[in-house]
Design a protein around this ligand. Structure first.
Ligand code: SAH
Length: 404
């Protein structure tokens, strides 16, 4: 049997049901656990703490599957966890063909992400057809891949599973980056899915992450609500998520910026797929930092600005530099707004918490010499639950502000 025994007093976080065991908390390992093998984690006094997946190459040396001494880790365990996650989403999410079915630690499956895309008109709450896309980001879920794929197809009724484990975080687990078919048919070149009444092309093979930023669904709906008759700037637009939402909401004009020509080409296909008037939209293939300043210098002004940049802080060491980058775009974002204008601003850097993000945005408002008022604090949708024991799960945070 594989047993990991912790150093004295290192059991505290596990007793609070935080699922990670750091290498420096471990006193000794008995047995020869291979990557992903199940280990029993014990406190220094021998008390049972949990069953976990062992990861010999990572500083996060083990991730707890279960705190229940009577719960074995077997095929039935994965079937139960996956079924529960799918049932929760079906009960909680509707009106969309793109949903996060499994969100790692919050669903008791550390290191696993699964998104589900359903063809146009389909709804996650009812339909079983579509495409499952997975990311396996830890040794434990990697070792149980087959069981997880079987559980996913059975819980959803969807036979098609594609893997997008092309994420650098796998290197910390000693795993190579990998993509490919796991079950069913090869995914089509694009899936057209619909969210909040807007159709989007999703390329699960080559798109970012699993193809689409599912986490911004509620925020796109909010932009749709407030876009009527407004001139909108959407910075870091990717395939036009917020831009299309603004057009659907009746925006007068939408200017969008992204440095990926491919993403912009898809965004334009999305305009067509929705039958919107292409003349209402302008797409700028350019660097956002420079373009924001240029637009300001040219006297362009907007009623609604969205800033949804990529992760500027990959880890704690990058926080200072990232903070300057967030401040830079938010400062120009504020300056580009007309009086009464709205700013939707986001950070998806886990290393920057919501308090720090708000401080950065406040600094930007001060430097822009505007009175900015927070109307709403924003985050990911209900399909990205945040485990109370695991605050690290909160990566996406945002603010809706209005300037006086
Ligand atoms: N809001 C989008 C997701 C944004 S992802 C949605 O709802 O779908 C971040 C985007 O920023 C990516 O598309 C990436 O191509 C783009 N990007 C990264 N660095 C950039 C830069 N310096 N200038 C412009 N775009 C950039």
């Amino acid at each position: 049997m594989n047993i990991v025994t912790l150093k004295p007093s290192k059991e505290k976080s596990l007793l609070r049901r935080h699922p990670w065991v750091y290498a420096n908390a471990i006193d000794r390992v008995e047995g020869k656990p291979t990557p992903g093998a199940t280990v029993i984690v014990r406190a220094a006094d021998g008390r049972f703490l949990g069953r976990a997946a062992y990861s010999p190459h990572s500083q996060i040396r083990a991730r707890v599957w279960s705190f229940d001494e009577n719960e074995p880790i077997d095929h039935a365990f994965f079937k139960r966890r996956v079924q529960r996650a799918v049932a929760d989403r079906r009960a909680m999410v509707s009106g969309t063909g793109a949903v996060r079915l499994i969100f790692g630690e919050a669903d008791g499956l550390p290191g696993l992400i699964v998104d589900f895309y359903i063809e146009d008109g389909g709804d996650v709450a009812q339909s079983g057809r579509g495409q499952l896309v997975c990311q396996f980001m830890a040794a434990g879920v990697e070792a149980w891949k087959e069981a997880i794929v079987a559980a996913l197809t059975s819980a959803t009724g969807c036979p098609n599973v594609y893997e997008r484990s092309d994420v650098s975080i796998r290197e910390k687990e000693g795993l190579e980056q990998i993509t490919g078919l796991l079950a069913g048919d090869e995914p089509p070149a694009t899936i057209i899915t619909s969210e909040n009444g807007v159709r989007y092309h999703v390329d699960v093979r080559n798109g970012h992450k699993t193809g689409f930023y599912v986490d911004q669904r509620d925020n796109r709906a909010l932009v749709q609500t407030y876009a009527r008759e407004r001139e909108v700037l959407n910075c870091f637009c990717y395939t036009g998520g917020f831009s299309l939402a603004a057009m659907k909401g009746g925006a007068k004009r939408v200017v969008s910026i992204d440095s990926s020509g491919e993403a912009l080409a898809t965004a334009q296909k999305n305009v067509e797929a929705n039958g919107f008037d292409a003349a209402r939209a302008a797409w700028l293939d350019a660097d956002a930092f420079k373009t924001l300043r240029r637009l300001y210098d040219e006297g362009e002004r907007f009623d609604l600005v969205v800033l949804d940049p990529p992760k500027f802080a990959a880890s704690r060491e990058h926080v200072d530099r990232a903070a300057r980058a967030y401040k830079d775009i938010n400062l120009t974002g504020f300056k580009l707004l007309r009086p009464g204008g709205l700013l939707f601003t986001y950070s998806c850097s886990g290393a920057i918490d919501s308090a720090l993000f708000q401080k950065i945005v406040a600094g930007a408002a001060a430097d822009a010499r505007v009175d900015a008022r927070i109307l709403k604090r924003l985050g990911a949708g209900v399909d990205h639950p945040l485990l109370t024991a695991f605050p690290e799960g909160e990566y996406l945070k945002g603010l809706l502000l209005q300037i006086a």
